[in-house]
Design a protein around this ligand. Structure first.
Ligand code: ADP
Ligand code: ASP
Ligand code: MG
Length: 481
């Protein structure tokens, strides 16, 4: 069986939902579809939650109206009849439940992560109803399933961790019987259920992860991620216009790209596929006949395939002069970061200098003031020196085999130096598939272009573009570090 996941832009309008439904219908049954909310809806739902918490009633009403309007525009395209009435009623119930939750938030004057997850789940739930109804209107048996009955998670609202065994049991109980009746199951992406039955989410962009979690639970033959780009590209096309398609990636390569910020895949997407060796394909709903990118266990060749930048990071250094303090201090730092639910993007330790280096997502703390206060607190028993730099980005170049050649790293560092991009930290042996450099965020785009030029671009048509871009960038002030 095949799991197909459609992202926000792929279900962003009546026309896109119809196109996605048509694509799903071309796949052999049994098949399961996973849908995101229509593009923009998750942001609007979060906005409504914030407005409710701050008592901005009129702003909230306008935001709800925009959400309802977006959903109505797809609903309006369904053919008249009892199925449309039933779908409209169920969507209206979801909108009413949303307003009730927002009223609770307004009373509390605070948007808790638990309320937030219940609120944002509305976008995926409505879309699953709309997509299932669209499939039925085309003559296919289809049924919407809300993933807060299927994807079992812990209770970390906002970035819940799945429980694979319970998910398998629930998928067997809820999804498999529908597939056995030859129905196309349309499951909500992004959401799951905590042990107490309340709705959780897997983190922004988490519908990709839902697709592989469902694929693993059902032992799917393939998971297809349908999006707005023709596969994984050699860089984010919004930053590198001459980025090219990457036909094949190994699991590890795809994992590293996603981990270091390539938004095309949620960072945890690949993991569930690895254990069961399930191929993952990334395809475009705008160019459905393009081959896309196939991700499998094997990596096709040993050259660098793609580069990525991850922004909004904090670079932390903790110097521990007494060797015997090192492990205790490291465990205190990791303990605090774990408790604060802070993603550690990279950690390194040079024991000779007793220096521990961490790159963490800035989200939790916002800036160095708060992170240093927190670390000073947990490290109060140790004699340490804490260093902190805000507005840091990581540049990563990914390719099995190529990344573990020392020459490749020195080439990357040389390119950055030539372009005037200061390197704050670098690490080749993060894995044998990625080499990374931390740079000040304002240099990230320049560095990314330069690394892409050096390692990936060779199309003659790209040369002119690249030269123009470089001269424009070099006109800006350059700081050499
Ligand atoms: P969806 O809504 O389908 O989940 P996303 O917006 O989450 O889509 O992810 C697709 C986007 O990821 C693309 O439009 C592109 O801008 C961005 N992206 C970042 N890095 C890459 C990459 N290496 N290859 C392809 N797309 C990338
Ligand atoms: N709709 C959710 C988001 O915007 C999940 C997803 O798109 O994958 O984050
Ligand atoms: Mg996405």
């Amino acid at each position: 069986m095949i799991v197909l996941k459609f992202g926000g832009t792929s279900v962003g309008s009546l026309e896109r939902v119809r196109e996605a439904a048509a694509i799903a219908a071309t796949q052999p049954a049994p098949r399961a579809v996973v849908v995101s909310a229509a593009s923009g809806v998750t942001n609007l739902l979060l906005e409504a939650g914030r407005q409710a918490a701050s008592g901005d009633r009129s702003g909230m009403a306008a935001t709800i109206a925009a959400i309802v309007e977006k959903h109505q525009s797809v609903l309006a395209g369904l053919p008249e009849g009892p199925d449309k009435v039933e779908t409209a009623n169920r969507i209206s119930d979801l909108h009413t439940a949303l307003e009730l939750t927002l009223a609770d938030v307004a009373v509390a004057g605070d948007l808790s992560a638990k309320h937030s997850d219940r609120i944002v789940a509305t976008g995926e739930k409505v879309m699953s109803l709309l997509m299932a109804a669209t499939l039925r209107s085309n003559g296919h048996l289809a049924e919407a399933v809300f993933a807060d009955r299927v994807i079992a998670t812990d209770g970390r609202y906002g970035s819940a961790r799945p429980d694979r065994d319970r998910t398998r049991e629930q998928a067997d109980a809820v999804v498999r019987p529908l597939l056995d009746e030859a129905k196309t199951v349309v499951m909500t992406g992004f959401i799951g259920c905590a042990p107490d039955g309340t709705t959780t989410t897997l983190g922004r962009g988490g519908s990709d992860y839902s697709a592989t979690l469902l694929g693993a639970a059902l032992q799917a033959d393939e998971v297809q991620i349908w999006t707005d780009v023709p596969g994984v590209l050699s860089a984010d096309p919004r930053l590198v216009p001459d980025a090219r398609e990457v036909p094949h990636l190994g699991f590890e390569e795809a994992q590293e790209l996603a981990h270091f910020g390539a938004k095309v895949l949620h960072p945890r997407t690949i993991r569930p596929a690895v254990a069961l060796d399930i191929p993952v394909r990334i395809l475009s709903t705008f160019a459905p006949h393009e081959p896309g990118t196939l991700v499998t266990r094997e990596s096709a060749s040993d050259h660098l395939k793609a580069v990525t930048a991850m922004k909004n990071l904090i670079l932390l250094t903790v110097d521990v002069p007494e060797l015997e303090d090192l492990s205790g201090a490291a465990s205190a730092v990791f303990g605090a970061l774990y408790e604060d639910r802070t993603e550690v993007v990279l950690a390194a330790q040079a024991s000779s200098r007793r220096r521990m280096t961490y790159l963490i997502e800035a989200g939790t703390y916002g800036g160095c003031g708060r992170v240093c206060a927190r670390l000073n607190d947990v490290l109060s028993d140790y004699e340490v020196e804490i260093g902190c730099t805000e507005d840091v980005a990581i540049l990563a170049a990914v390719g099995q085999g190529a990344a573990d050649q020392t020459r490749a790293l020195s080439r990357m560092l040389a390119v950055l130096q030539r372009e005037g991009v200061p390197v704050l930290a670098s690490n080749q042996q993060v894995s044998n598939v990625a080499m990374v450099a931390a740079v000040p965020q304002r240099f990230a785009d320049r560095g990314l272009l330069a690394i892409h030029d050096e390692f990936v671009s060779s199309r003659p048509s790209g040369a002119k573009l690249r030269r123009q871009r470089r001269s424009r960038l070099l006109a800006e002030p350059v700081q050499v570090g």
